[in-house]
Design a protein. Structure first.
Lengths: 331, 259
């Protein structure tokens, strides 16, 4: 009897292992743009180790995964702003082969961008141009160039792809772009040095960080009004990256100066807890199901993985030099 | 103030860049452009002028211009004169000092001494700005200035740039193109501004001096940042408290604004 029991146990274990052996397609990878080392680090999210480094030929900053998960887009620029060169581009990396498959011209000094949910276009901010560029992702052609504020930075698309919001750091503005007509339909004066913007999953609101103002601002996307603005870490945190959880209940804000990830209740905008991450975290993103939060820490050259259920750091992963942005591919 | 100003004055260039940027920003909100007129004071100080800047740095010149501006209901944005007296006995409520005071500059040098543990830092200068600065978006501002004028952004150029930038921003936020509401906004308790220095900047209520970090720059060899002053303290201190560590404190000011 005892021998038989052991054998059943053994076969169960084997079955479990087979069922959970992830295929490479379904595995989750985290892509990190490294501004100084001009490359992208690829982290296997199941082991939290770097499995590849992909050179992209320029200062890598904004980074996003295509909605179908097959490609990673990286905004790169040369080390000479105000002059356009071949390094000023959106670099397209194939997730499966981890190779650069295309390089689209993106206007001068592209920094941040957002890919619309159907994957057809992206909108990039041109930091030294005072414009945002809409690029067709099939052809690489520029669909539109839109005048926004001085020193544009953060870009986000609404979940339905209808609206593109762009922050401008010197003008302290948030430009609201109608993606259907590619026109700027409004501008809001927000707090000092707005860095990033993120929509809620229902598209009803958007959160904007202000690095020098030290605040998180809530915008009603229907009325186009500022609803609320709260200080992050008493106004001294230098908030940059912002991400909203898939259930819309939590907002995660990365504060560069204090090296913290603030976990904020989206409804009350109260800070629930703060998690110490690496040095100068800017980029922040969440896995698709909302379990893990990743920060790119520019001065400690690593990525912090925070378990959103416990708000604890579960891994710190060394990446390239001056990591800037972070994006997740796969489930 | 009556002499003709040369076109290459860095004060003018700083003001020009800010006027262009503020006009760009104003257009987003349907407001009119920020117009800049350069010339002798009796020609530029006419009707509808919100503020004037001096291109020279003599105390008598700045004081004269401050009084002339006041008589015309305009503001004097001081981007050049560092004299403590202008923030003390000779202070004017319609004058805002973007230029750091001599006491702020000497406190910054003291910070550099303390930092180096040396009696006197050799070949170093305290300034509101330098073209070698990189952090907090300083590189993007330095690049914009250089691309526009093929010149390095100096302390005076930054002060002029910031003076015009805050006027444009105060005008948008106060929704006014008149000097009095703009001045009221600048003096407001909550008003703060971004000058690419990493901290929110504001005007001290007791003397209208801009709270700001200063930089001690090595001038022998390649220009480089030695320290930012005030020296960094723990993060729990507010930016306002940190920045009030240099210059004249509220308790020791001799400024009494005429009502």
């Amino acid at each position: 009897m005892s021998i038989r029991a052991v054998s059943i146990f053994g076969s169960c274990t084997l079955l479990w292992a087979t069922m959970h052996q992830p295929s490479s397609q379904a595995r989750r990878f985290v892509f990190v743009s490294n501004e100084l080392s001009h490359d992208v680090s690829v982290i296997d999210a199941t082991t939290n180790t770097v499995v590849a480094t992909i050179p992209v030929g320029g200062r890598a900053r904004g980074i996003h995964v295509s909605p179908d998960g097959s490609r990673v887009y990286v905004a790169t620029s040369d080390d000479k702003p105000q002059t356009e060169s071949s390094a000023d581009a959106i670099v397209i990396v194939d997730v499966a082969t981890r190779k650069v498959v295309a390089r689209y011209h993106a206007g001068s000094d592209p920094e941040q961008f957002a890919v619309v949910p159907d994957g057809s276009r992206l909108y990039a901010s041109n930091e030294d141009g005072g414009t945002a560029t809409a690029i067709d992702l099939k052809t690489g052609k520029h669909v539109a160039t839109l005048v926004v504020g001085i020193e544009p930075e953060g870009v986000a698309t609404s979940p339905d792809g209808r609206w593109i919001y762009v922050t401008s750091e010197t003008s302290n503005s948030l430009s609201l772009i109608d993606a259907r007509t590619n026109t700027v339909v409004g501008n809001l004066l927000v707090d000092l040095r707005p860095r990033a913007v993120a929509f809620t999953p229902d598209g009803a609101h958007a959160f904007v960080t202000a690095e020098v103002g030290g605040t998180l601002t809530l915008v009603d996307t229907k009325t186009r009004d500022i609803v609320n603005s709260v200080p992050i870490e008493g106004g001294e945190g230098k908030p940059v990256g912002v991400a909203v959880s898939p259930d819309g209940r939590r907002v995660y804000v990365a504060s560069g100066r204090t090296g913290t990830l603030s976990v904020i209740d989206a409804a009350t905008m109260k800070t629930m807890t703060k998690v110490a991450v690496g040095k100068r975290p800017w980029g922040v993103t969440i896995s698709r199901e909302g379990r893990y939060v990743y920060t790119a820490n520019g001065l400690s050259n690593d990525v912090t993985v925070v378990d959103a259920t416990t708000n604890r750091v579960v891994a710190t992963i060394k990446v390239g030099q001056r990591p800037w942005g972070v994006a997740v591919a796969g489930r | 103030m009556t002499r003709a100003v040369s076109d290459d004055s860095l004060v003018i260039l700083g003001a020009r860049l800010a006027a262009e940027e503020a006009s760009h920003g104003a257009a987003l909100f349907g407001a009119g452009p920020v117009e800049l007129t350069v010339g002798p004071v009796d020609q530029v100080l006419g009707r509808n002028v919100i503020a004037v800047l001096a291109t020279e740095a003599s105390m008598d010149g700045c004081l004269h211009l401050a009084d002339l501006a006041g008589e015309h209901g305009a503001l004097f944005m001081n981007a050049t004169c560092t004299d403590d007296a202008l923030r003390g006995d000779k202070c004017r409520i319609s004058t805002f000092h973007v230029a750091p005071s001599n006491s702020m500059l000497s406190d910054a040098i003291d910070d550099a001494r303390q930092h180096a543990g040396a009696p006197k830092p050799q070949g170093a200068v305290a300034t509101a700005w330098d073209a070698s600065l990189e952090r907090f978006g300083a590189d993007t501002l330095n690049n914009r200035f250089r691309a526009r004028f093929t010149a390095s952004m100096t302390g005076e150029a930054w002060c002029a740039w910031f003076a015009v930038k805050v006027l444009g921003e105060a005008s948008l936020r106060a929704r006014s193109v008149e000097a009095r509401p703009i001045a009221a906004y600048l003096r407001g308790v909550t008003a703060q501004f971004d000058g690419h220095k990493g901290r929110p900047l504001s005007f001290r209520a007791w003397d209208n001096q801009l709270r700001q970090p200063l930089y001690v720059i090595a001038t022998s060899g390649a220009r480089r940042l030695i320290i930012e002053s005030p020296l960094a303290t723990h993060a729990s201190v507010t930016s306002r408290d940190v920045l009030d560590q240099i210059g004249t404190k509220a308790a020791s000011t001799t400024c009494r604004f005429a009502p």
